[in-house]
Design a protein around this ligand. Sequence first.
Ligand code: FES
Length: 257
Amino acid sequence: GKIKITASVASQVMLADGVYSMWIDAKEITDQSMPGQFISVYTGDSSKLLPRPISICETDREKGLLRIVYRIAGKGTDEFSRYRTGDPVIIMGPLGNGFPLEAGISGKKALLIGGGIGIPPMLELAKNLSCTKQMVLGYRDELFLNEEFLPYGDTFLATESGTAGTKGNVMDAIREHGLQSDVIFACGPTPMLKSLRAYALEHHIECYLSLEEKMACGIGACLACVCKSSEKDDHSMVHNKRVCKDGPVFKAEEVEF
Ligand code: FES
């Protein structure tokens, strides 16, 4: 189960403007983490700031290291970006359900789709899915992590600015290259997940969406992450789900936007 520890920063580099990659020495969490899970990272002054939920980008089990790739989006993440090798970092994890690896069994063709800061968790998934996979990565403009996907399959890019790959979003790239799949795994901004959900339902493709963009505290305390679920009980009441506790990964049919 999840644990809260004071870990230490193994290394940190900037990958793109405002996007950082940090390796953390945290064997206790690394040992049990699954692709698509996340950790909560606490700031030095946790009385004022809630921890930030950040997805696990990669793990190195042998060395007991885990990697997060995140964008500076406020005070907390700005503080994290200034950590140096050897600095303490308080983290809790692994949190959330993660992607179902059994959905990507051999013989199937999977599409792994990441948008912006939803790209990092797709890397650990790419490393751990045994079936054939293709990646579609969507960016506003500046690329990051894209080359690290190359060992795992064909990797298609989309940029809003048109500087690399398809000009447009991940759906435009899927159409341009006529990409077919039996199962879709995706993480990214809500509009992207919304269109992927519609696409998957229309084409009867099994589809798993990570809604991590909706998280705030990451620990079930703030209720900022509640999403509508299509699951109904005996009285036809719609059940709401907490993304951080029941997710962040949901089957496309399970959620409504
Ligand atoms: Fe706060 Fe889920 S993010 S309750």
